[in-house]
Ligand binder design. Structure first.
Ligand SMILES: Nc1ncnc2c1ncn2[C@@H]1O[C@H](COP(=O)(O)OP(=O)(O)OP(=O)(O)O)[C@@H](O)[C@H]1O
Length: 262
């Protein structure tokens, strides 16, 4: 499976009725078993690109498609947003079951699958709890399990941990690394936090937006072996220093822009 974002542009109409060009000719691929982090300052169009990929928005130009699929297979996408959007009147189990309800998966297989993901995200024992009885981190785990239960080909995550306190965020990031090692799911992860991107991703993609200009893509590749060495702040800082030596001046400017405006 490969996700291809091919020369995509997106314009919106702003509240004054003027056309606002957010993305122009943006191209990006996410390969099978690849974790790509999309980093950029606030307002550069990260969520727009993710929503276009999810099919929640349509591109003004260009196309988004999958290649290298098994014949006849329709790709599925799991989505995790910053706001989990859990149904408050449904239990943990019922919230996770939601994604499977409209599918043809038989009931017994559904039960097994739901329980598998509940255990995988560490929520065993909380099946009957309601969202208001859970911490922010636990609610995000429900959101992640709900996205995974449909066995997606691609996982889309939009700042899933940014509403959490710093300590919980670190725990959730570590848990996501462990979870990803188990699932190796192709993932596109939006964040404005460079450290988080470096810690999680195989490849960091910078979406840069200069004043008066539309967004453009710059990529920093992070080999998987090196990613595993970025487990604490000191290692991440050292890693970013090494990357810094090897990237273009445009990419340096984009990183500084993220730090200044992220
Ligand atoms: N539906 C819409 N109608 C009009 N303008 C929009 C719409 N959605 C997004 N925009 C504008 O597009 C630009 C990019 O927004 P987007 O949410 O994609 O940025 P972002 O990089 O995800 O920002 P943040 O990190 O703050 O979430 C912003 O200027 C925003 O105001």
């Amino acid at each position: 499976m490969k996700l291809v974002i091919d020369n995509v542009s997106k314009n919106f109409i702003d509240p004054q009725g003027k056309q606002l060009s957010v993305l122009e000719n943006v191209s990006l691929t996410v390969h099978s078993e690849e974790f790509v982090a999309l980093v950029g300052p606030s307002g550069c169009g990260k969520s727009t690109l993710l929503n276009l990929t999810a099919g929640l928005l349509s591109p003004s130009d260009g196309s988004i498609y999958f290649t290298d699929l098994t014949e006849g297979h329709t790709p599925a996408m799991g989505i995790v947003f910053q706001e989990t959007g859990l149904f408050p009147w449904r239990s943990v189990y019922e919230n996770i079951a939601f994604g499977l309800e409209a599918t043809g998966v038989p009931k017994t297989a559904q039960k097994e699958r739901i329980q598998h993901y509940i255990n995988l995200v560490g929520l065993g024992g909380f099946e009957k709890a309601f969202p208001h009885q859970l911490s922010g981190g636990m609610r995000q785990r429900v959101g992640i399990a709900r996205a995974l239960v449909i066995n997606p080909d691609l996982l889309l995550m939009d700042e899933p941990f940014s509403a959490l306190d710093a300590q919980t965020r670190t725990i959730m990031q570590e848990e996501l690394v462990t979870l990803w090692e188990k699932t190796r799911l192709s993932t596109l992860y939006v964040t404005h936090n460079i450290q988080e991107a470096v810690m999680l991703a195989d490849r960091v993609v910078l979406l840069s937006r200069r004043p008066g200009k539309v967004s453009k893509i710059l990529t920093i590749a992070i080999p998987r072996a090196d990613r595993e060495k970025t487990e604490n702040t000191a290692q991440i800082a050292e890693f970013i220093r090494i990357i810094w030596e090897h990237i273009s001046s445009d990419a340096r400017a984009a990183l500084m822009e993220v730090e200044a405006n992220g």
